[in-house]
Write a protein that binds this ligand. Structure first.
Ligand SMILES: Nc1ncnc2c1ncn2[C@@H]1O[C@H](COP(=O)(O)OP(=O)(O)O)[C@@H](O)[C@H]1O
Ligand SMILES: [Mg+2]
Length: 324
């Protein structure tokens, strides 16, 4: 088994264009990291209960729950962060205000901060992730060896992770400012890596390239690129496909015992042409991904869908490729 490409990383942030498999990859990565008796926290912030669905458990409360075990005695824990609960925690942290929560709720203040001020919502969510990274018990042992964050999509990830810098403009000094500075220090450090999930398609690859540029500009640590749902080429290679002349195609069909009609030959040639187009596009997308200069990991499209067994399978592949 190769060693991990990210030995110092504690917080793995998984982003990507919506629908490319962020939640799936985050879960597989958590399982991969949990090998050999490690404890990993898989944290969800989008409020969709995607983790509960994936691990086939009842909806997660805002409470750390064990989701799955990993070979070698490891464990994956899950947490669906509820912004309202996170706000109460935050108020308690700074003002010992948890008891005021009921009052705030009646005043509609919580609705204000969670919906009207989405920036504050992100402050709470990133704050929670960093709290998990920093948490230690009385013996200074860390309850989690790694945290995997199923994060907002690429289009919002830089703003999401960078939100605490915006606080600097508002709070010049004091506990809120030092909390914000502390969160940014962790997110910018080599203890964090922001991985991006993509498909071998133009739009997701473009978003990935834009995402890498934005993250770098904001001095946030870009991790690896996960190319998800790849399909092995059904036919040997584009060059070989191009070489298939109608006459040869007919001959090989006959020798394979297929009744040859012009329709069959035509249909096969069209399929072949579509395939050439797809493979050619995938080759150029692969080249664009390689140009980003980041470690690349590849996961196949699993035709049977994603259940727990499939997650273990994907986890093995990530581990074999050195992502965990
Ligand atoms: N490698 C894969 N093979 C097959 N299906 C996949 C794979 N990765 C993701 N999926 C499926 O694609 C859909 C979107 O994945 P999901 O992880 O929910 O994406 P996101 O969190 O980015 O929206 C889901 O139905 C999921 O089961
Ligand atoms: Mg998701």
């Amino acid at each position: 088994m190769p060693s991990s490409d990210w030995p110092d990383v504690v917080l793995h942030v998984v982003s990507g264009k919506g629908g490319t498999g962020k939640t799936t990859v985050a879960a597989a990565l958590a399982l991969a990291l949990a090998r050999d008796g490690r404890r990993v926290m898989l944290m969800e912030v989008e409020g969709r209960q995607g983790l509960a669905q994936l691990f086939d458990t009842p909806p997660l409360p805002y409470e750390e729950r064990r989701l799955a075990s990993a070979p070698g005695g490891g464990e994956v824990w899950g947490l669906a962060v509820d912004p309202e609960e996170a706000l109460l925690e935050y108020l308690e942290l700074f003002y010992n205000l948890r008891r005021a929560g009921g009052v705030l709720r009646r005043m509609g203040a919580i609705e204000f901060v969670t919906t009207i001020a989405p920036g504050l919502r992100d402050v709470l969510l990133t704050g929670k992730a960093v709290e998990l990274v920093r948490r230690q018990d009385k013996q200074h042992a860390r309850p989690y060896d790694a945290i995997v964050l199923d994060a907002p999509p690429t289009g919002r990830i830089t703003r999401f992770l960078n939100v605490n810098t915006e606080i600097a403009g508002v709070a010049k000094v004091g506990p809120i400012r030092s909390q914000a500075d502390g969160v940014m220090a962790v997110l910018r450090s080599d203890r964090t890596a922001v991985h991006l999930v993509t498909l071998l398609e133009e739009m997701p690859v473009q978003e990935t390239a834009d995402g890498v540029a934005e993250l770098e500009e904001a001095a946030l640590p870009v991790g690896g690129i996960v190319v998800n749902m790849t399909r092995p080429p059904a036919l040997p290679s584009v060059a070989e496909l191009r070489a298939v002349e109608p006459v040869r195609l007919e001959a090989s069909l006959r020798s394979a015992g297929v009744a040859v009609t012009p329709e069959v030959v035509q249909a096969l040639r069209e399929e072949g042409a579509d395939h050439v187009a797809r493979v050619t596009l995938e080759l150029s997308e692969r080249a664009r991904i390689a140009e980003l200069g980041r470690p690349v990991y590849e996961l196949p499209f699993l035709a049977g869908g994603i259940d727990l067994a499939a997650l273990y399978e994907l986890a093995d592949m990530l581990r074999e490729q050195g992502m965990a």
